[in-house]
Design a protein around this ligand. Sequence first.
Ligand code: PIR
Ligand code: CA
Length: 319
Amino acid sequence: MEKIILDCDPGHDDAIAILLAAGDPRVELLAITTVAGNQTLPKVTRNALSVCAIAGIRVPVAAGVDRPLVEPQRVAEDIHGDSGLDGPALPPPAFELDGRHGVQVIVDTVMAHEPGTVTLVATGPLTNVALAMRLRPAIVERVKRVVVMGGAHTRGNTTPAAEFNIAVDPEAAEAVFRGAWEVTMVGLDLTHQALATDELHERVRAIGGEVSGFVLDVWEFFGETYRTVFGFRHPPIHDACCVAAVIDSAVFTTAKADVRVELRGEWTRGMTVVDFADVPAMRHGSSPGDFRTEVALELDWPRFADLVVGAIGRLSASA
Ligand code: PIR
Ligand code: CA
């Protein structure tokens, strides 16, 4: 069983990431921490608790940081709606928020487990993770790895160059990518392959019950915004790809790279500049040891779909 902390900003695709983490027996979800991103901190925190209530998930949930390190706060209301999780009915929380700060929960949880056993999965802006690194630098060598939904090596979704999670807090992202830990970058190049297709809808519909109905409502709203805003036929389930990779490393291929975040470009601030290790030019002035980031490339969609359907099925059976 892979122990994970899920740092997120739910968010339609974050909600599916939570369900996948809670519904797959190969993952032990230790805690959920929230960060301002898709919506304000109170809204995304409340959404995390609602998702837990729907699926009968009982893990510590703690609210983290309410704004980026340097940038003014920016939310994705056009994509995720006023609540941050518009579409499905959102039941009241079934339990209280953990009293600690989310950054403290990340530190405490990593330090409470054996070195090299906890994977940090981050599916929102990287503010909490960057601050946890500063609050307790020892976590950097103690975590197994960090799996980040963020960035892209082709094009952005918030600016032509930048993906939302990185664009919202570029300084935090740069700190995380420069940290002396292994990072897996699950960027848009990968997540735009993880589509909630008609086939996936039908398989989830066939499960029936409350969790299945919730997921269908999530995809219906997200699908509509992706159709109107981006011209996609189906919505990408970005954040669930990170959890899928923890469950089954064969769910996508990767390439080693050194990733830096552009902090000063006029048109490129928040861009992930990916220096792939197979080209020995070392354009960042990197040494071979710096090619620590695994950049996700190609998704095995059937494998991914099976994981999502399996988790929803298990959660429905135990609800
Ligand atoms: C998705 C997101 C934000 C903005 C858009 N346009 C689409 C959220 C998702 O929750 C995901 O984590 C990441 N940020 C994708 O950019
Ligand atoms: Ca997210």
